[in-house]
Design a protein around this ligand. Structure first.
Ligand code: ADP
Length: 165
């Protein structure tokens, strides 16, 4: 099942939430900052030992003070106009997050709209990629959540999921 919700991802009761991190994995603004605040300083301490993460890849940590048991940190591409491999890199973020989730027997997972904030990826294009990969993995999870942070964003996912695209 793929659910679309409009909520703060740090409040969700799922096995894993995905963090739209940066390459340092040492915290930042947006959803990354919110996750670090909610998980507590233990998360930063853990992430220091991960040694960063290249764009398109993913790393896993415990959720510490979050309801979620796990945080999967992935680094989305910065949008530079669409001709610098951004789409393939964003697809890799979702793919690699799902692969890590399967390795850790995670059954429910929530994603923010990776790269669509400070990294500037046009929302509709990013959501199209997110939904395509979510559909590929739908049968292997109890619940996949597309966690949006505005009603307009949630409507965009809703329309994509209602279509055959
Ligand atoms: P990026 O650097 O990958 O663009 P951002 O954190 O700036 O990451 O934004 C990614 C998406 O996360 C945006 O759509 C933004 O609205 C959303 N977002 C920000 N805070 C939260 C939150 N607490 N819960 C869910 N989504 C959030």
């Amino acid at each position: 099942m793929i659910d679309v919700i409009n909520q703060d991802i740090t409040t969700l009761e799922v096995d894993a939430i995905v963090n739209a991190a940066n390459q340092t994995l040492l915290g930042g603004g947006g959803v990354d900052g919110a996750i670090h605040r909610a998980a507590g300083p233990e998360l930063l301490e853990f992430c220091r030992h991960l040694g960063g993460c290249p764009v398109g890849e993913a790393r896993i940590s415990p959720g510490f003070r979050l309801s979620a048991n796990w945080v999967i940190h992935t680094v989305g591409p910065v949008w530079r106009g669409g001709h610098e491999g951004e789409a393939a890199l964003l697809e890799n973020c979702y793919e690699n997050s799902f692969r890590l989730a399967i390795e850790h027997r995670i059954r429910s997972i929530a994603f923010p709209a990776i790269s669509t904030g400070v990294y500037g990826y046009p929302f509709g294009k990013a959501a199209f990629i997110a939904v395509s990969v979510m559909r590929r993995y739908e049968a292997r999870f109890e619940r996949i959540v597309a966690c949006c942070f505005s009603r307009a964003d949630a409507e965009c996912y809703g329309e994509l999921l209602a279509s055959d695209a």
